[in-house]
Design a protein around this ligand. Structure first.
Ligand code: NAI
Ligand code: MG
Length: 396
């Protein structure tokens, strides 16, 4: 096995904690790599006015593969207030560095698997008509368009003349919003391009074919969002008919899908959606398999790929003297990295080790015991972050 160089982007809060644990597991599994540190996150916003410094972009250009922990983002006014005094009043505007990274490197395919771990106390259970309880086995992979849509960043409050004039050319705008004072308008656009839509749809169908999933479910809202979701639905139908006749295309609306989440989650395989709806359904499914402590993800572009847990920096847990958070989401994200670079067997071994620890049920972080996070969960029998990692390593 050739030795790799991996960029590690710990970020803020628990991002730093869980990333170190993932690297311990990779080491124990025999993955040979040098880890180069990259600066990202809130502290660089406060001290430099840029949460994703250019030097980090250069490192990512060079090394192409990164493990990312999590960052802290705060609302506009807090962002301005926490900026170093010498940087204030210079017109600096905070923008989420993970969103910037996705857009800069065109990491347009976000992959989020949610699979039931046997024996996890947090698994979703359901009551049957005869009163018995069952625990459906969930095995879904969500493909989320990662760079456009509602998170594309094309937004205005109090739009300028050109934008306002443009909006006034739309009959619906004229009818419904013409009498709203301009400074009372906030507008976020939802832009879908054919190229990126084609790409995420194809990634979903290819994955379904490769791993034997019988369906791809498009989860949008084409009946209302006629242009964006409508285009995506039309393209999905054409692609399925022409190139993937053996795979069933299902079409659900995001709102109904959230209801079906708990009715029949086992009926879904691969799901595909735009940026916001993909974000929503992936968190929804994650809730059925144990929540944020288990939800892993990959952000994949043509050249660069970044692997991260879907959880954030959980600032309230970041400064505990002994960390209590669950490292599994980050470790499973590292497994996605291994798959991506062809170390499929190693990824499988780590996943099996995680599954064994969970099924055995002896070592559980506080979330797996349905506790509220607080420093005393350890006295109450919860494993620390490090103990969970130790247990996974022991199974390896
Ligand atoms: P969060 O994901 O950081 O935490 C929400 C709650 O989920 C936590 O309070 C905790 O109860 C639980 N949780 C999260 N990770 C866990 C883990 N590994 N083990 C056990 N429990 C875990 O989301 P929140 O509180 O909404 O945001 C905190 C900060 O993180 C914000 O500044 C937000 O902007 C940022 N954020 C960053 C993301 C990223 O870096 N990709 C994603 C989501 C939020
Ligand atoms: Mg999210």
């Amino acid at each position: 096995m050739e030795k790799r160089t991996i960029l590690k982007l710990p970020g803020d809060g628990i991002g730093e904690i869980v990333l170190e644990q993932a690297i311990r597991v990779l080491d124990a599994a025999g993955f040979k790599a040098d880890y180069v540190h990259g600066d990202i996150g809130w502290k660089y916003w406060c001290t430099e006015g840029n949460p994703l410094p250019d030097r980090t972009i250069k490192l990512l250009e060079k090394y192409k593969i990164a493990l990312f922990g999590a960052i802290t983002s705060k609302p506009k006014d807090d962002a301005a207030a926490e900026l170093a005094p010498e940087l204030q009043g210079k017109g600096l505007v905070y923008f989420s560095p993970i969103v910037s990274m996705r857009q800069h490197f065109k990491l347009d395919t976000c992959v989020r698997p949610c699979k039931t771990y046997k024996g996890n106390l947090l698994n979703f259970v359901r009551r049957n008509a005869d009163g018995t309880i069952d625990e459906p086995n969930i095995d879904v992979v969500i493909f989320r368009q990662n760079t456009e849509g509602l998170y594309g960043g094309v937004e205005w409050t109090n739009p300028n003349d050109e934008v306002y004039k443009g909006l006034m050319t739309h009959v619906k705008f004229q009818k419904n919003f013409a009498d709203v004072p301009r400074d009372e308008l906030s507008i976020s656009t939802r832009i879908f391009t054919k190229k990126a839509t084609e790409k995420i749809l194809r990634a979903a169908f290819e994955y379904a074919r490769k791993f034997g999933y019988e369906s791809v479910t498009l989860c949008e809202k084409p009946n209302v969002l006629r242009e964006t979701s409508g285009m995506m639905f039309k393209m999905a139908k054409k692609m399925q008919a022409e190139d993937y006749p053996e795979i069933r295309l299902k079409n659900t609306n995001i709102d109904a899908q959230m209801m079906w989440l708990t009715k029949n989650p086992e009926d879904y395989g691969v799901l595909v959606a735009g940026n916001l709806f993909g974000d929503i359904i992936s968190d929804g499914f994650a809730g059925l398999i144990g929540g944020l402590g288990f939800a892993c993800s990959a952000n994949i572009g043509d050249e660069v790929a970044v692997f991260e847990p879907t959880h954030g920096s959980a600032p309230k847990y970041a400064d505990y003297p002994v960390s209590i958070v669950n490292p599994i989401a980050m470790i499973a994200s590292a497994c996605m990295m291994l798959d991506h670079i062809g170390e499929v067997e190693m990824a499988k071994r780590i996943r099996n080790a995680i599954a064994e620890v969970i099924e055995e049920g002896k070592v559980k972080t506080y979330d797996m015991m349905k506790m509220h996070g607080s420093p005393d969960v350890i006295e109450k029998g919860a494993a620390t972050t490090e103990q969970m990692t130790d247990a996974i390593i022991a199974k390896l």
